[in-house]
Ligand binder design. Sequence first.
Ligand code: NAD
Length: 480
Amino acid sequence: MTAPHIRSRIANEWLEHGHIHEIRNPADIGETVATAVFAEPLEADRAVRTARSAFDFWRRMPLMQRTHILFSASRLIAEHSQSIARAISREQGKVLPEAMGEVQRASDIFAYFAGEVLRMRGEHYPSTRPNTEIEVVREPVGVVLAITPWNFPVAIPATKIAAALAYGNSVILKPSEVTPLSTSLLVETVVAAGVPESVLTLLIGGGQLGASLARHPGIDAISFTGSIETGRSIRRAAAETEAELQLELGGKNAWVVLDDADPALAARIAAESAFLGSGQRCTASSIVLVTPGIRTTFLEHLREEVTRFITGDPLDPEVRIGPLVSAAQRDKVETYLQQARVAGYRMTTGPAPRSSHAGYFVVPHMFESVDPEDTLATDEIFGPVLATLDVPDLETALMIANRSPYGLSAGICTRSLAAVQKFKREMEAGIVTVNLPTAGSEPHVPFGGVKQSSHGPREISSHAASFFTRTRTIYTSVPV
Ligand code: NAD
């Protein structure tokens, strides 16, 4: 079977010129999954002009028509879930059930925003002046630039596109250059559902292309998900152009296990939170803070859990975690593992990879009694690596967890209502879970972190309106 050849698209024109990149299967690096033409950074200008002229038409489309189109997108994504999910597995490396879950989420988000289109509301105020009334109306912001990472190549673009389109904006999407195949399948499915090509531009390319788009003065709002470093450079670009900003960045998410927790449940959640998706989820919990009374039993359960995670080909039904996405990601994780081995922490690892192919496999690793100052306990590693830390009590666990510059998600396992209340009040994280994994957010409620993990209004839910629309206040005097 020949690998698909993917290109950028501005309106109905496919861009044929640019560097051609081979997208390799991270579970079998000899296999080319797709070839992709990377668009030249100078295409940014044409893309912005096209999106600007499409905006006027899209914002005026009758709401019911927009609703129907977004519902059709939801249905079509679900209908094509097998092929899109297989593309995610082969290109990004996550196991097929997780890839199917990701596609389902994309479909759910389109369904959610299809309904949300009809719920846009304005406000009406009495005036302090006679014969005058005041309306506050919500309007789309204009041209939205969405820049997305490789770890959820379908769900994250869907989150941004569905919300932006629902509120009447035109969109330029620049997906990660690492996983362009699955994102382009999503985009073409959405276009097949009726979103005009000129309203949704797809530009495939790397950081340079992203940077030239981010600093373009014709962009009204930028919704970005990715690393803190890239987020900073986009923030600087937006400061020049005065584009609105929504940034979803990294995390170092803590899981706290108290003496009164169920040790088997706590260990299962800890392992799944840390290792599913090969730990490449922004909400994965990679540090566990354990109190002394449960430590021995909890760690016994956890060691056993670690050995149950089979690594290998993501299309093999026995496999629970696939490879890391790239050689660069594998090398970064290996550097942390090497430092941890040198530090001499007690270590448990999962079984050797189940694959006859060369891939970027890293089996799960768990280290015990890690020093809270160690980079293993402080850095976002983005791999299947879990550090357990010994803490005397909840107070100390909160103190250590809150020292992190990140604040995306955090969870606690306990039966104590008092401890739950304290954790909910004092844990500095945008997402807090109780007896549930730190990963696994739902498609109808706000998503985002605090501190360095996020900037700007929340994603998803009705809160998204505060980013994808702006308000105008209109005073009308009616002479009598
Ligand atoms: P990245 O920052 O390297 O790349 C993200 C996107 O930005 C890519 O499309 C890339 O091409 C583009 N880009 C790179 N340099 C750019 C520049 N100078 N200007 C404009 N665009 C540029 O991130 P990644 O490695 O793809 O993703 C992993 C990171 O994403 C992790 O830190 C993870 O925590 C974070 N993430 C956060 C969330 C969240 O919701 N908080 C979700 C998923 C991933």
